[in-house]
Ligand binder design. Structure first.
Ligand code: SAM
Length: 278
């Protein structure tokens, strides 16, 4: 009986199926199965959960997830050229791999995967952040997200107040999850190599958000504050409408401070007061 280990090397898969990388689709493939196996292991125990993989491409990480014992992998790929290569993996997956052709931005993971699902993906750089924000909105559905980003984006996710990279991504992710960079990958790990290094981030959802707030309001406050990150809050928060001085005072925040100095709890306090005022 043939199995995962009998599949041809990924270089051969790419040649056989004519999968020359397309820049517009953010195609930078991982061909080293040791590496994809490591990423799958960083995601934790996959044996009792559904796994979403966005952009399986030729299937290096898909193989890693299946080899790690994933109960069910749903792989959403936009590039039709990859489907035949993925079908070869599906054929030896014991029914554990489902391939979905389409745009992951339109894929409702919370509807298609069982609660407690995990997302494990080497994300296409051009849609990575919108996908992450989509999953954040349904975070209670997920046991964890293990995601490869450009290193600079990974730093923006795990940043703390005062860090140069601290902004909307750090506040929204840190409000809802524990976020950690768990792996660094140099550009040469990919075929073709991108211009920048990459990193894998683990996001582990908190049982409840770090501080009480309505997510949409919090997002609005954080966006206003960081849209003019060099300005004092008494100026940048004017974009929210209402009396900025009263808002800052009610949250006990000095109006001359700048967004980059505020903790997640302080942003949440602002969001609660915006809601009360609204
Ligand atoms: N997982 C593979 C690997 O690690 O070698 C490929 C990763 S590559 C960085 C990104 C993959 O996402 C490509 O296969 C690309 O075709 C696919 N992709 C790009 N945009 C997509 C979208 N909107 N929805 C689904 N897949 C997409």
């Amino acid at each position: 009986m043939t199995g995962l280990h009998d599949l041809p090397p990924l270089r051969d898969v790419i040649r056989t199926h004519g999968l020359e990388a397309r820049k517009g689709l953010g195609q930078h493939f991982l061909l080293d199965l040791n590496l994809t196996g490591r990423i799958a292991r960083e995601a934790g125990d996959l044996t009792d959960c559904d796994v979403l993989e966005v952009g399986p491409g030729p299937g290096g990480l898909t193989r890693g997830l299946l080899a790690a014992g994933a109960r069910r992998v749903v792989a959403v790929e936009k590039d039709r050229r990859c489907l035949a290569a993925l079908e070869e993996i599906r054929a030896v997956s014991d029914g554990r791999l489902e391939i979905v052709e389409g745009d992951a931005l339109g894929f409702d993971a919370a509807a298609e995967l069982a609660p407690g699902a995990r997302v494990v993906s080497n994300l296409p750089y051009n849609v990575g952040t919108p996908l992450l924000f989509g999953w954040l909105e349904r975070l209670e559905h997920f046991a964890g997200l293990t995601l490869m980003f450009q290193r600079e984006v990974a730093e923006r996710i795990v940043a703390r107040p005062g860090d140069k990279a601290y902004g909307r991504l750090a506040v929204m992710c840190g409000w809802a999850a524990d976020c950690q960079i768990v792996m660094d990958l140099p550009a040469r790990a990919f075929t073709p190599p991108p211009k920048v290094a990459s990193a894998v981030v683990n996001l582990v959802p908190l049982a409840k958000p770090r501080a009480e707030a309505d997510m949409a309001t919090l997002s609005r406050v954080v966006a206003a504050a960081f849209n003019q990150r060099r300005k004092m809050l008494r100026q940048s928060l004017k974009a929210l409408g209402g009396d900025t001085a009263v808002l800052l005072d009610s949250a006990d925040i000095d109006p001359t401070r700048r967004a980059e100095t505020l903790s997640i709890e302080e942003f949440a306090a602002l969001a609660r007061n915006v809601q009360v005022a609204g």
